[in-house]
Design a protein around this ligand. Structure first.
Ligand code: LLP
Length: 402
């Protein structure tokens, strides 16, 4: 897609997140098509990009939502996601969150421990409701991704082992206030190989079969998210092969597939547009100092993640530079040794693949206001979040100033 970054910078200012909504719809359609022939719901993982307009754009295509806090659940509801397509996951849910989720009557509360199951049962009994639940199984599979985003090993805090899951299902089946209808796994994020996920899928399908044999009727088979995307030159999974594998493993189970992609839906829809403040050189390094920083896009600092960075409308002989922001941390960089032409004040740089875990992980560190977000659709642009002002940032503190 040909995006006029200069006009967008002039119109909305920088730093700026820009999302191509046509791209997001294409990804949704592609995944739906890949799963065709089997009952399925695409539960968009809201944490990847929680802007209300992004969620609502996906809801309008028919997507559900995978949420990890009651805040995300409320975002999904507010954005028009059908409540029977909302799942609430996460290792730690407060009683208040459980209460609100039960009152909202969403599709599933996904349990990650026995302790949590007992709390859900207690809150459901208080409310006189029956909680529809799924259990997150930790299949102990190495997903071969970055350790910070690997979740399916017994070293990780997520889910429960198979034996514990069985005990929990048997308990839930007997409880008056719990209705165990789902099974879930998610072994990690940015997965590029089919093998680990296919192994996990098989293990969990075997468990679902065992459960069905003892009259625990699993209706929802949730394969989590994790589909990797291209940031640089990675070879990623073929989506049709991924869906075919899941269809084949669950063939005789008579279940609805739930799939929770986050990154896959939005990462490559997104651009982080930033302006050059100045260049600085010493005897070792060239630094390009920009108006965007780690508080806006944390992935390079936190995971050493690679994002392609390009200069807009700028020619000249390229040389390596570290692209750094104004935040007071040596870890504040968006790119290292990036080949860039000579740059001047107000030149534009675009950081690619920034649609997932970009804005949603941003913060006010160094009292920097969170940036504006813009959606592009069918050639038109519109703002979907205004830039945060200084007043916005101090609003909850001001009254306590003595
Ligand atoms: N479902 C569950 C239960 C999850 O924990 C996650 C992500 C997803 C679905 C969506 O995963 P995806 O399809 O986006 O890979 N901040 C990190 C990624 C953290 C992922 C956390 N869980 C990053 O920037 O790479």
């Amino acid at each position: 897609m040909n995006i006029d970054f200069s006009s967008l910078a002039a119109k909305y200012g920088t730093p700026l997140y820009i999302y191509d909504f046509n791209y997001i719809k294409d990804r949704y359609d592609e995944l739906k098509e890949a799963f065709s022939g089997q009952k399925n719901i695409i539960n968009y993982a809201v944490k990847a990009n929680s802007n209300l307009s992004v969620i609502s754009h996906l809801a309008a295509q028919g997507a559900g939502a995978d949420c990890v806090s009651i805040g995300e659940v409320k975002r999904a509801v507010m954005s028009g996601v059908n409540k029977y397509k909302i799942i609430f996951s996460g290792v730690g849910k407060s009683d208040e969150e459980i209460r609100e989720a039960l009152n909202l009557d969403i599709l599933l509360i996904n349990l990650e421990s026995e302790g949590e199951m007992k709390r859900v049962e207690a809150v459901a009994s208080e409310l006189g409701k029956i909680a529809r639940i799924s259990i997150r199984v930790n299949p102990n599979i190495d997903p071969k991704t970055h350790p910070y985003i690997s979740t399916g090993l017994h070293d990780n805090k997520f889910g429960v082992e198979i034996d514990m899951a069985k005990r929990m299902y048997i308990y839930a089946k007997k409880s008056q206030f719990l209705n165990p209808v789902g099974i879930h796994f998610h072994i990690g994020s940015q997965l590029t190989e089919l093998e680990p996920i296919s192994e996990a899928c098989q293990i969990v399908a075997d468990l679902a079969k065992t459960l069905k044999a003892i009259d625990i009727d699993i209706k929802f088979f949730d394969v989590g998210g994790g589909l990797g995307v291209v940031y640089s030159d990675e070879t990623t999974m073929n989506v049709q092969e991924y869906a075919d594998m899941i269809k084949s493993v669950t063939k005789n189970l008579d279940v609805t597939i739930l799939c929770e992609p986050g990154r896959y839906m939005v990462a490559n829809s997104g651009y982080f547009l930033t302006k050059v403040l100045y260049e600085k050189k010493n005897d070792k390094k060239r630094f390009v100092i920009i108006d965007g920083a780690m508080n806006d896009l944390l992935r390079p600092s936190l995971y050493n993640a690679y994002h392609k960075i390009e200069a807009i409308a700028k020619a000249g002989e390229a040389s390596a530079a570290d692209v750094v922001g104004p935040v007071c941390e040596s870890g504040d960089f968006l790119g290292k040794d990036v080949l860039l032409p000579p740059l001047e004040h107000n030149d534009l740089l675009v950081v690619k693949s920034a649609g997932a875990y970009g804005f949603s992980m941003s913060s006010n560190y160094n009292t920097r206001g969170r940036v504006a977000e813009v959606a592009l659709r069918d050639g038109a642009d519109r703002i979907i979040r205004k830039r945060e002002s200084f007043e916005d940032m101090i609003a909850s503190e001001k009254e306590f100033l003595v």
